[in-house]
Ligand binder design. Sequence first.
Ligand SMILES: N=CN[C@@H](CCC(=O)O)C(=O)O
Ligand SMILES: [Zn+2]
Length: 410
Amino acid sequence: MKLLFKNIKELIQVREKHVDFLSGKEMSILPTIKNAFLLVENGLISDFGNMKDCPKNDIKTIDATGKMILPSWCDSHTHLVFAGNREDEFVDRINGFSYEEIANNGGGILNSAKKLQLTSEEELYNQSKVRLEEIIQLGTGAVEIKSGYGLTKEAELKMLRVIKKLKESYPIEIKATFLGAHAVPAEYKNNKSGYLQMLIDDILPTIKKENLADFIDIFCETSYFSVEDAQQILEAGKKYGLTGKIHVNQFTAIGGIQIGVKNQALSVDHLEEMRTEDINVLKNTKTMPVALPACSFFLSIPYTPARKMIDAGLPLALATDYNPGSSPSGNMNFVVATACVKMKMTPEEAINAATINGAYAMNSQNKVGSITKGKLANLILTKEINSYNFIPYSFGNHKIEKVFLKGKEI
Ligand SMILES: N=CN[C@@H](CCC(=O)O)C(=O)O
Ligand SMILES: [Zn+2]
């Protein structure tokens, strides 16, 4: 099966040679080819270049005159498997209650866990697939999904099995993360170490046996889990072949980034509260910092200091954090726009952060994230636009005409 795109106004994020991720000044360069063609064969990118070299054979062709093509968004941080919603808490926050106060009153993560525990696996799948289909239409071609709204063995495994079924049923790239250490459930209120031990001794072996996760995560935050807890979880994950990814520095900076780097975490995510030492410890490491501007927007908390971090030479990825509490949106177009408007990232930096760096943050950089021969043809075809700056400029009104996964229009 071949598919040819011709007369592409601009082919964006073209990487002839493989790159793992981009850091510092590299992030300001977004290579493109104007007046381009792109050839897809058997779901993979097989060739691209200037129109003067376009193949002339009889191939199924899409004329992209006036339109642009870029690799699909890579959303490396979501919690899109959840039951019900928390719009009441949203209203409570409008009325002056803080995220912390709501959580302390039985809302927050524990509220979602209660709902999820009472939801069947089939119903959870049905609710979650709607969200997955929605983000595919919004241009996402690779997504990481976490557990963490189960908080019992049964419910955590239910979440991970739903993620596995989504992966088997949809052409989008999916990675799964075990986030049992998302909050301490009420039954373990005075026995956090007992809860961690249950996650490690009881759940991890089943995850391994059924191959239910790629990564392990923990919410390292005041009133949730400490740096010592994070060390314990990351170490246990390693024993079961799970690479670490941590929620850190969302509300307080307590040394979570240092623990992540020490344990070769693939990513450290949130980063709304960054001290100089937190930026410094990330330099020259393979740990990707991930910013979640939709969460900052929704909770009205600080934005990750992207300028400071990129100017210090760090890489940065952007993700949605799609979840019912702090970011009930999986729209990467909004994330890219918000990163430009609120974090002062340039369109080039934001697009790099949402494609190649996002792919790295879920260890999918060999398959997605750039226009490179041999990568999956997971693509966004834009509407007619003047320049790629239009993508973040037209916030809340995305410029996507069609999306393709493995070369097929969805
Ligand atoms: N911060 C921790 N976890 C989620 C939010 C959880 C919730 O409020 O349901 C996040 O990444 O923002
Ligand atoms: Zn999260």
